[in-house]
Design a protein around this ligand. Structure first.
Ligand code: GN1
Ligand code: MG
Length: 362
C-alpha cells in the first residue's frame, strides 16, 4: 500500500488537521495497522481483514455501541473516557468505516503515553492485566445486548471441530499425511473440550459481553503498569467470560513466546497465573457464579487447546487465515502452544487450588 493511497484513505476520516506522516504499526495477525500523524494528533488507521470479518459494518456497530457504553461508565466513575476507552473516529460523512477498493478501513484515536508489552516481564504486570480485563468485563455487565456475532462460533469448539473435520477431509495442500502426531493431540482431547463447551450451550456457564482476544498486546498500559485501555475490540461478542481469562493466561503466563521454536522455553508460569488470577478476581469475583469459579482454571486449557487447533488447521488449509512470517510458521505456533497446553495440564490441579485459595481469602 503506497503512502499516497494511504493518505487518500486517511483523508476520508474526520481528522483535526492536515496529515504530516503515515507509518505502519505492529504485527497484528489479522488486520493492517497504520499510525496517521497530523500536526496535532495521532490516529490509528486499520484495514479490517474482510477474509476474517465478513460483516465489518456489524462489527463497527458493535464497537461503537460498546465504546459508548464504556465511556459513559468511565465518566460516572470519574475517569477519562478519551484515554481509558477507544475512540472511534468517523468519516467526514459520519460513517464508522470507509470502503476503498473493496477493503474496509476504520480509524480511532491513538492514545498518547500508552505502552504495550509482548511479554509479561513481571508478576505485577500480570496482576494489573487481570485487573484491567476484570474491570472491562464489569463495566460491560449492564450493556444492553444483543451484539452481532462477527465471527461465527469464534470460541465455540463444536463449530471449530466442524471446520477441522472439513479441513482434514479436504487436505487442500497435502500436509495432512505428515501430521499424524499433531492430529492426535487434537483428537485425544476432543470429548473433554466438547463437554466444557456443553456447559456454555446448556447455560450452566452464562454468556456475557466478552472481549474474546485478551492477549497481552491488546492492552494499553500506562507508565505505572496500570491498564489504561483495552484495545482491539473487533471480536467483542457474547460468550463465556471465562475465555477472556483463559486467553490472557495463554499469553501472560507463557514463559516462552507464542511461536517459540525453542520448546524448552515454553511452559506455564504458576506465579504469573496466580498474579493474573488475583487481579482478575479482585474485579470480577462478586459477579461470578459458582460454576464460573469452578471452571475458571479450565478455561486456560480450553483456549490454549483451541489455539493449537486453529494454528494447525490453518497450516493444513495452506496458511489462509493468519499472517505468517515463514512457511512453517503456523506449525511452529501450534507446536509451541501445544507445549504450553501440556504444561497447563501438568499444573492443572495447582491452578485449581490457586483459584480456590484466592476465593477463600476474599
Ligand atoms: C489473532 O487480532 P490479533 O492478532 O490480536 C486472533 C486471535 C488469536 C491471536 C493469536 C480475529 O489476534 O483469535 O488468539 O491472533 N484474532 C482473530 O495470537 O482471529
Ligand atoms: Mg484481534
Amino acid at each position: 500500500m503506497t503512502e499516497p493511497r494511504l493518505r487518500t484513505i486517511a483523508e476520508q476520516f474526520a481528522l483535526d488537521a492536515p496529515i504530516v506522516a503515515i507509518e505502519r504499526l505492529g504485527e497484528g495477525f489479522i488486520n493492517d495497522t497504520f499510525v496517521v500523524n497530523t500536526l496535532s494528533t495521532r490516529y490509528i488507521l486499520q484495514r479490517k481483514n474482510s477474509n476474517v470479518f465478513e460483516d465489518v459494518p456489524a462489527m463497527m456497530d458493535n464497537i461503537a455501541r460498546v465504546t459508548a457504553h464504556l465511556k459513559r461508565k468511565v465518566l460516572t466513575q470519574g475517569g477519562d473516557p478519551e484515554r481509558e476507552v477507544l475512540t472511534v473516529v468517523p468519516t467526514t460523512e459520519g460513517a464508522l468505516y470507509h470502503i476503498h477498493d473493496g477493503d474496509y478501513w476504520a480509524m480511532s484515536l491513538f492514545i498518547e503515553g500508552s505502552v504495550t508489552h509482548d511479554v509479561a516481564d513481571t508478576p505485577r504486570l500480570a496482576y494489573m492485566g487481570g485487573r484491567g480485563i476484570g474491570r472491562f468485563q464489569s463495566l460491560l455487565a449492564d450493556f444492553e445486548e444483543p451484539l452481532a456475532e462477527v465471527i461465527r462460533g469464534f470460541h465455540n469448539i463444536r463449530w471449530r471441530f466442524e471446520q477441522w473435520d472439513r479441513s482434514l477431509a479436504e487436505d487442500r495442500v497435502g500436509r495432512r499425511a505428515a501430521l499424524a502426531e499433531q492430529i492426535a493431540w487434537i483428537e485425544s482431547r476432543r470429548d473433554k473440550m466438547l463437554s466444557f463447551w456443553g456447559l456454555v450451550e446448556r447455560g450452566v456457564l452464562p454468556k456475557r459481553v466478552t472481549h474474546n482476544d485478551t492477549k497481552l498486546s491488546n492492552i494499553l498500559f500506562d507508565e505505572r503498569d496500570e491498564v489504561l485501555c483495552v484495545i482491539d475490540l473487533d471480536t467483542v461478542m457474547s460468550s463465556t467470560s471465562l475465555n477472556d481469562f483463559g486467553d490472557a493466561i495463554r499469553s501472560y503466563a507463557n514463559t516462552g513466546a507464542e511461536d517459540d521454536r525453542d520448546l524448552s522455553r515454553v511452559g506455564l508460569s504458576i506465579d504469573k497465573f496466580r498474579c493474573y488470577a488475583e487481579g482478575y478476581l479482585s474485579e470480577r469475583l462478586s459477579s461470578m457464579t459458582a460454576a464460573e469459579c469452578e471452571w475458571l482454571a479450565f478455561a486456560a486449557l480450553y483456549i490454549t487447546y483451541e489455539q493449537v487447533l486453529r494454528f494447525l488447521m490453518d497450516y493444513i488449509d495452506g496458511d489462509v487465515y493468519y499472517k505468517t512470517a515463514y512457511s512453517e510458521h503456523n506449525l511452529v505456533r501450534a507446536t509451541a502452544q501445544y507445549k504450553l497446553l501440556c504444561s497447563m495440564e501438568e499444573h492443572y490441579s495447582t491452578m485449581q487450588q490457586i483459584i480456590r485459595d484466592i476465593i477463600a481469602a476474599r
